[in-house]
Ligand binder design. Sequence first.
Ligand SMILES: O=C[C@H](O)COP(=O)(O)O
Length: 329
Amino acid sequence: MSLRVVDHSPTDAGHKRNPGFPLDLDWVGRVRMNRSALERRAATIGTRRTVKKEYQLAWLLKAITMIDLTTLNADDTAGRVERLCAKARHPLRSDIVDALGIAKLDIKPGAVCVYHSFVATAVAALQGTNIPVAAVSTAFPHGLAPVETKLKEIESSVADGASEIDIVIERGMVLRGDWQALYDQVKAFRKACGDAHMKTILGTGELATLTNVAKASLVCMLAGADFIKTSTGKEKVNANLPTSLAMIRMIRWFHEETGIEIGYKPAGGISHSKDALNYMALMKEELGTHWLQPHLFRFGASSLLTDIERQLEHGLTGNYSADYRQPMV
Ligand SMILES: O=C[C@H](O)COP(=O)(O)O
Protein backbone atom coordinates (compact mmCIF):
# COMPACT_ATOMS: atom_id res chain seq x y z
CA MET A 1 0.00 0.00 0.00
CA SER A 2 1.39 3.41 -0.82
CA LEU A 3 0.96 5.79 2.06
CA ARG A 4 1.45 9.53 1.83
CA VAL A 5 3.01 9.97 5.20
CA VAL A 6 3.51 13.45 6.53
CA ASP A 7 6.81 14.26 8.11
CA HIS A 8 6.99 12.40 11.41
CA SER A 9 10.36 13.58 12.60
CA PRO A 10 10.06 16.00 15.50
CA THR A 11 11.51 19.23 14.23
CA ASP A 12 12.04 21.08 17.47
CA ALA A 13 15.39 22.47 16.36
CA GLY A 14 15.25 26.19 16.96
CA HIS A 15 12.28 25.94 19.32
CA LYS A 16 12.66 28.62 21.96
CA ARG A 17 11.63 27.50 25.40
CA ASN A 18 9.23 29.72 27.33
CA PRO A 19 11.45 31.87 29.59
CA GLY A 20 8.44 33.06 31.63
CA PHE A 21 7.23 36.65 31.92
CA PRO A 22 6.08 38.96 34.73
CA LEU A 23 2.48 38.50 35.85
CA ASP A 24 0.39 40.99 33.86
CA LEU A 25 -2.84 41.32 35.85
CA ASP A 26 -4.18 43.87 33.37
CA TRP A 27 -3.89 41.26 30.57
CA VAL A 28 -5.45 38.57 32.77
CA GLY A 29 -8.33 40.98 33.50
CA ARG A 30 -8.98 41.49 29.79
CA VAL A 31 -9.44 37.76 29.06
CA ARG A 32 -13.05 36.76 28.31
CA MET A 33 -14.43 33.59 26.71
CA ASN A 34 -17.91 33.19 25.25
CA ARG A 35 -18.96 29.60 25.97
CA SER A 36 -21.80 29.39 23.44
CA ALA A 37 -19.62 30.80 20.65
CA LEU A 38 -16.86 28.30 21.48
CA GLU A 39 -19.36 25.44 21.62
CA ARG A 40 -20.78 26.41 18.23
CA ARG A 41 -17.31 26.58 16.70
CA ALA A 42 -16.24 23.28 18.30
CA ALA A 43 -19.34 21.55 16.96
CA THR A 44 -18.15 22.22 13.41
CA ILE A 45 -14.93 20.26 13.90
CA GLY A 46 -15.26 16.78 12.50
CA THR A 47 -18.40 17.60 10.53
CA ARG A 48 -17.11 19.92 7.82
CA ARG A 49 -13.81 18.18 7.18
CA THR A 50 -12.64 14.64 7.63
CA VAL A 51 -9.54 12.89 6.45
CA LYS A 52 -10.12 9.69 4.55
CA LYS A 53 -8.32 6.57 3.35
CA GLU A 54 -4.53 6.78 3.17
CA TYR A 55 -4.57 10.35 4.49
CA GLN A 56 -6.42 9.12 7.57
CA LEU A 57 -3.86 6.37 8.12
CA ALA A 58 -1.08 8.95 7.82
CA TRP A 59 -2.80 11.23 10.36
CA LEU A 60 -3.22 8.30 12.75
CA LEU A 61 0.44 7.41 12.47
CA LYS A 62 1.26 11.03 13.19
CA ALA A 63 -1.11 10.88 16.19
CA ILE A 64 0.93 8.02 17.67
CA THR A 65 4.03 10.22 17.70
CA MET A 66 2.13 12.71 19.85
CA ILE A 67 0.67 10.34 22.45
CA ASP A 68 1.88 10.45 26.03
CA LEU A 69 1.33 6.76 26.61
CA THR A 70 -0.05 6.82 30.11
CA THR A 71 -0.74 4.63 33.09
CA LEU A 72 -1.94 6.47 36.17
CA ASN A 73 -3.80 3.98 38.29
CA ALA A 74 -3.70 3.37 42.01
CA ASP A 75 -2.91 -0.29 41.30
CA ASP A 76 -0.01 0.39 38.91
CA THR A 77 2.94 -1.94 39.37
CA ALA A 78 6.47 -2.02 38.01
CA GLY A 79 5.36 -4.90 35.79
CA ARG A 80 2.54 -2.87 34.25
CA VAL A 81 4.87 0.07 33.64
CA GLU A 82 7.41 -2.25 31.99
CA ARG A 83 4.70 -3.65 29.71
CA LEU A 84 3.65 -0.11 28.79
CA CYS A 85 7.27 0.72 27.95
CA ALA A 86 7.51 -2.42 25.81
CA LYS A 87 4.45 -1.16 23.95
CA ALA A 88 6.13 2.25 23.56
CA ARG A 89 9.14 0.54 21.97
CA HIS A 90 6.86 -1.27 19.52
CA PRO A 91 3.63 0.73 19.34
CA LEU A 92 2.32 -1.21 16.34
CA ARG A 93 2.26 -4.92 15.58
CA SER A 94 5.02 -5.85 13.15
CA ASP A 95 2.57 -7.20 10.55
CA ILE A 96 0.87 -3.77 10.47
CA VAL A 97 4.23 -1.99 10.24
CA ASP A 98 5.27 -4.27 7.36
CA ALA A 99 1.98 -4.00 5.51
CA LEU A 100 2.12 -0.19 5.72
CA GLY A 101 5.79 -0.18 4.71
CA ILE A 102 6.68 2.20 7.53
CA ALA A 103 9.48 0.36 9.32
CA LYS A 104 11.95 3.12 8.41
CA LEU A 105 9.79 5.80 10.05
CA ASP A 106 10.47 4.17 13.42
CA ILE A 107 7.24 5.52 14.88
CA LYS A 108 7.30 5.98 18.64
CA PRO A 109 4.97 7.75 21.09
CA GLY A 110 5.77 11.24 22.40
CA ALA A 111 6.49 10.00 25.93
CA VAL A 112 5.55 7.47 28.57
CA CYS A 113 3.70 9.09 31.47
CA VAL A 114 3.70 7.55 34.96
CA TYR A 115 3.48 8.37 38.65
CA HIS A 116 6.69 9.45 40.34
CA SER A 117 7.15 6.00 41.95
CA PHE A 118 7.64 4.43 38.52
CA VAL A 119 9.92 6.98 36.86
CA ALA A 120 13.08 4.96 37.47
CA THR A 121 11.38 1.78 36.22
CA ALA A 122 10.25 3.51 33.02
CA VAL A 123 13.63 5.17 32.44
CA ALA A 124 15.34 1.77 32.71
CA ALA A 125 12.78 0.08 30.46
CA LEU A 126 13.13 2.76 27.77
CA GLN A 127 16.90 2.92 27.75
CA GLY A 128 18.33 3.48 24.28
CA THR A 129 15.03 4.62 22.76
CA ASN A 130 15.02 8.44 23.21
CA ILE A 131 11.42 8.15 24.41
CA PRO A 132 11.09 10.65 27.25
CA VAL A 133 9.57 9.73 30.59
CA ALA A 134 6.96 12.16 31.92
CA ALA A 135 6.09 12.16 35.62
CA VAL A 136 2.93 13.51 37.17
CA SER A 137 4.41 15.26 40.17
CA THR A 138 2.98 17.79 42.68
CA ALA A 139 0.37 15.65 44.46
CA PHE A 140 -1.42 14.49 41.31
CA PRO A 141 -4.37 14.54 40.77
CA HIS A 142 -5.63 17.06 43.39
CA GLY A 143 -2.49 19.16 43.90
CA LEU A 144 -3.37 19.74 47.54
CA ALA A 145 -0.16 19.24 49.46
CA PRO A 146 2.29 21.68 51.05
CA VAL A 147 4.24 23.46 48.34
CA GLU A 148 7.54 22.19 49.79
CA THR A 149 6.30 18.60 49.40
CA LYS A 150 5.33 19.27 45.79
CA LEU A 151 8.66 20.89 44.97
CA LYS A 152 10.46 17.91 46.50
CA GLU A 153 8.40 15.54 44.37
CA ILE A 154 9.39 17.41 41.21
CA GLU A 155 13.05 17.35 42.21
CA SER A 156 12.86 13.61 42.94
CA SER A 157 11.20 12.87 39.59
CA VAL A 158 13.89 14.84 37.77
CA ALA A 159 16.61 13.08 39.78
CA ASP A 160 15.12 9.71 38.78
CA GLY A 161 15.35 10.67 35.09
CA ALA A 162 12.01 12.25 34.15
CA SER A 163 12.59 14.79 31.39
CA GLU A 164 9.00 16.00 31.40
CA ILE A 165 7.01 16.95 34.48
CA ASP A 166 3.22 17.23 34.46
CA ILE A 167 2.28 19.46 37.40
CA VAL A 168 -1.24 20.11 38.67
CA ILE A 169 -2.44 23.49 39.75
CA GLU A 170 -4.56 24.14 42.85
CA ARG A 171 -8.02 24.71 41.39
CA GLY A 172 -9.00 26.77 44.46
CA MET A 173 -6.54 29.51 43.46
CA VAL A 174 -8.41 29.91 40.17
CA LEU A 175 -11.85 29.76 41.78
CA ARG A 176 -10.76 32.50 44.23
CA GLY A 177 -9.19 34.52 41.40
CA ASP A 178 -5.89 34.48 43.30
CA TRP A 179 -3.75 34.84 40.18
CA GLN A 180 -0.69 35.97 42.12
CA ALA A 181 -0.69 32.78 44.22
CA LEU A 182 -1.12 30.64 41.10
CA TYR A 183 1.65 32.48 39.27
CA ASP A 184 4.06 32.23 42.21
CA GLN A 185 3.47 28.52 42.68
CA VAL A 186 3.73 27.58 39.00
CA LYS A 187 6.86 29.70 38.67
CA ALA A 188 8.41 27.84 41.62
CA PHE A 189 7.46 24.52 39.97
CA ARG A 190 9.11 25.59 36.74
CA LYS A 191 12.30 26.46 38.61
CA ALA A 192 12.29 23.04 40.28
CA CYS A 193 11.85 21.37 36.86
CA GLY A 194 15.16 22.82 35.63
CA ASP A 195 15.78 21.41 32.14
CA ALA A 196 12.76 19.10 32.32
CA HIS A 197 9.84 20.45 30.33
CA MET A 198 6.81 21.41 32.39
CA LYS A 199 3.23 20.63 31.42
CA THR A 200 0.70 22.47 33.53
CA ILE A 201 -2.51 20.57 34.25
CA LEU A 202 -5.41 22.94 34.89
CA GLY A 203 -8.12 20.46 35.89
CA THR A 204 -10.43 22.37 33.54
CA GLY A 205 -13.54 20.40 34.51
CA GLU A 206 -13.25 21.92 37.99
CA LEU A 207 -12.67 25.57 37.03
CA ALA A 208 -16.35 26.51 36.63
CA THR A 209 -16.09 28.77 33.55
CA LEU A 210 -14.20 28.88 30.27
CA THR A 211 -13.07 32.39 31.17
CA ASN A 212 -11.42 30.89 34.27
CA VAL A 213 -9.83 28.21 32.06
CA ALA A 214 -8.47 30.92 29.73
CA LYS A 215 -7.19 33.14 32.54
CA ALA A 216 -5.52 30.17 34.27
CA SER A 217 -3.92 29.21 30.92
CA LEU A 218 -2.47 32.70 30.58
CA VAL A 219 -1.17 32.85 34.16
CA CYS A 220 0.53 29.45 33.76
CA MET A 221 2.13 30.52 30.47
CA LEU A 222 3.37 33.76 32.04
CA ALA A 223 4.81 31.67 34.89
CA GLY A 224 6.86 29.61 32.41
CA ALA A 225 4.74 26.59 31.41
CA ASP A 226 6.07 24.73 28.36
CA PHE A 227 2.66 23.10 27.81
CA ILE A 228 -0.81 23.70 29.10
CA LYS A 229 -2.81 20.53 29.68
CA THR A 230 -6.53 20.16 30.30
CA SER A 231 -7.05 17.44 32.84
CA THR A 232 -5.69 14.74 35.06
CA GLY A 233 -8.11 12.19 33.64
CA LYS A 234 -9.63 11.95 37.13
CA GLU A 235 -12.08 14.87 37.00
CA LYS A 236 -15.75 14.26 36.17
CA VAL A 237 -15.30 16.35 33.01
CA ASN A 238 -12.02 15.90 31.19
CA ALA A 239 -10.77 17.12 27.79
CA ASN A 240 -13.34 18.37 25.30
CA LEU A 241 -13.30 20.54 22.19
CA PRO A 242 -14.83 23.80 23.55
CA THR A 243 -12.37 23.84 26.46
CA SER A 244 -9.58 23.05 24.04
CA LEU A 245 -10.61 25.96 21.87
CA ALA A 246 -10.43 28.34 24.84
CA MET A 247 -6.93 27.11 25.71
CA ILE A 248 -5.68 27.04 22.13
CA ARG A 249 -6.84 30.60 21.55
CA MET A 250 -4.88 31.67 24.63
CA ILE A 251 -1.83 29.88 23.20
CA ARG A 252 -2.34 31.85 19.98
CA TRP A 253 -2.74 35.15 21.82
CA PHE A 254 0.32 34.44 23.97
CA HIS A 255 2.31 33.67 20.82
CA GLU A 256 1.17 36.89 19.15
CA GLU A 257 2.26 38.94 22.18
CA THR A 258 5.49 37.16 23.11
CA GLY A 259 6.62 35.15 20.07
CA ILE A 260 6.78 32.04 22.29
CA GLU A 261 5.17 28.78 21.18
CA ILE A 262 3.45 26.90 24.00
CA GLY A 263 2.41 23.26 23.64
CA TYR A 264 -1.09 21.92 24.15
CA LYS A 265 -2.07 18.60 25.76
CA PRO A 266 -5.69 17.50 25.93
CA ALA A 267 -5.98 14.59 28.36
CA GLY A 268 -8.56 12.32 29.85
CA GLY A 269 -11.16 10.26 28.02
CA ILE A 270 -9.53 10.49 24.58
CA SER A 271 -9.75 6.87 23.53
CA HIS A 272 -11.00 6.80 19.93
CA SER A 273 -9.17 7.51 16.70
CA LYS A 274 -11.98 9.82 15.63
CA ASP A 275 -11.42 11.95 18.76
CA ALA A 276 -7.72 12.14 17.95
CA LEU A 277 -8.46 13.27 14.39
CA ASN A 278 -10.85 15.94 15.69
CA TYR A 279 -8.24 17.36 18.07
CA MET A 280 -5.66 17.36 15.28
CA ALA A 281 -8.09 19.15 12.94
CA LEU A 282 -8.74 21.74 15.65
CA MET A 283 -5.01 22.34 16.11
CA LYS A 284 -4.45 22.61 12.37
CA GLU A 285 -7.30 25.06 11.89
CA GLU A 286 -6.52 27.24 14.91
CA LEU A 287 -2.73 27.14 15.10
CA GLY A 288 -1.54 25.56 11.85
CA THR A 289 0.23 22.33 10.91
CA HIS A 290 3.39 23.56 12.60
CA TRP A 291 1.75 22.92 15.99
CA LEU A 292 1.16 19.23 15.14
CA GLN A 293 4.54 18.11 16.35
CA PRO A 294 5.46 16.25 19.53
CA HIS A 295 7.18 19.26 21.07
CA LEU A 296 3.98 21.32 20.67
CA PHE A 297 1.14 18.85 20.92
CA ARG A 298 0.47 15.70 22.94
CA PHE A 299 -2.50 13.53 23.74
CA GLY A 300 -2.62 12.35 27.36
CA ALA A 301 -4.22 8.97 26.85
CA SER A 302 -4.14 5.46 28.25
CA SER A 303 -6.13 3.62 25.60
CA LEU A 304 -6.01 5.70 22.40
CA LEU A 305 -3.14 3.70 20.90
CA THR A 306 -5.20 0.49 21.05
CA ASP A 307 -7.94 2.06 18.96
CA ILE A 308 -5.51 3.62 16.49
CA GLU A 309 -3.89 0.22 15.97
CA ARG A 310 -7.33 -1.31 15.32
CA GLN A 311 -8.16 1.46 12.83
CA LEU A 312 -4.89 0.98 11.00
CA GLU A 313 -5.59 -2.73 10.73
CA HIS A 314 -9.08 -1.95 9.50
CA GLY A 315 -7.61 0.41 6.90
CA LEU A 316 -5.41 -2.41 5.67
CA THR A 317 -7.75 -5.37 5.82
CA GLY A 318 -11.26 -3.93 5.99
CA ASN A 319 -11.78 -5.85 9.24
CA TYR A 320 -11.73 -4.83 12.88
CA SER A 321 -9.77 -7.11 15.15
CA ALA A 322 -10.64 -8.00 18.72
CA ASP A 323 -9.23 -5.77 21.46
CA TYR A 324 -7.10 -8.62 22.82
CA ARG A 325 -5.03 -8.58 19.62
CA GLN A 326 -3.81 -5.07 20.55
CA PRO A 327 -3.30 -5.46 24.28
CA MET A 328 -1.85 -2.49 26.10
CA VAL A 329 -0.70 -3.55 29.54
O1 LIG B 1 -2.92 12.41 31.42
C1 LIG B 1 -3.48 11.41 31.09
C2 LIG B 1 -4.76 10.90 31.58
O2 LIG B 1 -4.68 10.53 32.91
C3 LIG B 1 -5.21 9.74 30.75
O3 LIG B 1 -6.57 9.62 30.85
P1 LIG B 1 -7.37 8.38 30.19
O4 LIG B 1 -7.01 7.18 31.02
O5 LIG B 1 -8.79 8.77 30.29
O6 LIG B 1 -6.89 8.22 28.77
